[in-house]
Design a protein around this ligand. Structure first.
Ligand SMILES: C[S@@+](CC[C@H](N)C(=O)[O-])C[C@H]1O[C@@H](n2cnc3c(N)ncnc32)[C@H](O)[C@@H]1O
Length: 194
């Protein structure tokens, strides 16, 4: 079930899911509720799921076994290594839901959403692929939006405030989200890739 990341940019995820309609990616899945929920709803989609927290990986494995899911593959190391290892234009959808906020200003550089990472993400996304970013931390919401908007590969699809302040219809609530640890109501940014 492990994503066989080996060499830079060489992994075509289609080789793991031969008949998949689309390939999706989730980074930092925590307790795995969103991955397993989406995998159950979309058995014709292959999902690459990454999480460094081993208890989270164990939880998702339990959910996969209980639900008999066959369309999830796991990467239990830094998601950035997996992204680097994927073939260009191989991902249809990516989810980054409530990533670690790193509240202190001097720690903001540890946040996942950095220009270099967005370059890597843009490379692996298909043209017309979609990326969803969610957070409940105001400074991260502002910083991430600024970085996505500054990147030529990502176009924000929101046309009114309800598009980002209401949970999208296809969103599945995550465990972390229910703890309400942030300082704002969750925001959901959907981007279209070019
Ligand atoms: C705040 S939690 C949110 C988890 C989940 N998305 C949710 O909403 O319940 C962020 C998660 O991202 C994971 N994480 C942080 N950096 C990561 C990385 N570079 N690669 C993979 N997972 C990472 C952490 O271990 C943590 O479980």
């Amino acid at each position: 079930m492990r994503v066989p990341v080996q060499e830079q940019g060489g992994l075509d995820p289609r080789t793991m899911f031969e008949n998949a309609r689309e390939i999706w990616l989730e980074i930092g899945f925590g307790g795995g509720e969103h991955v397993s929920g989406q995998a159950a709803r979309h058995p014709d989609v292959g999902i690459l799921a990454s999480e460094v927290f081993i208890e989270g990986v164990a939880k998702l494995l339990g959910q996969i076994e209980d639900a008999g899911l066959e369309n999830v593959r796991l990467w239990e190391e830094d998601a950035r290594e997996m992204v680097t290892g994927l073939k260009a234009g191989s991902i249809d959808r990516a989810f980054i839901l409530f990533p670690d906020p790193w509240h202190k200003v001097r720690h903001h550089k540890r946040r996942l959403i950095q220009s270099d990472f967005l370059d890597d993400l843009a490379r692996v996304m298909k043209p017309d692929g979609r990326v969803r970013f969610a957070t409940d931390v105001r400074s991260y919401a502002d910083e991430a939006l600024e970085k996505f908007l500054a990147h030529p590969a990502f176009e924000w699809t929101a046309t009114c405030a309800d598009d980002w302040r209401n949970a999208p219809e296809d969103h599945i609530q995550t465990r972390y989200q229910t703890k309400n640890l942030g300082d704002i109501a969750p925001v959901y940014y959907d981007f279209l890739c070019s």
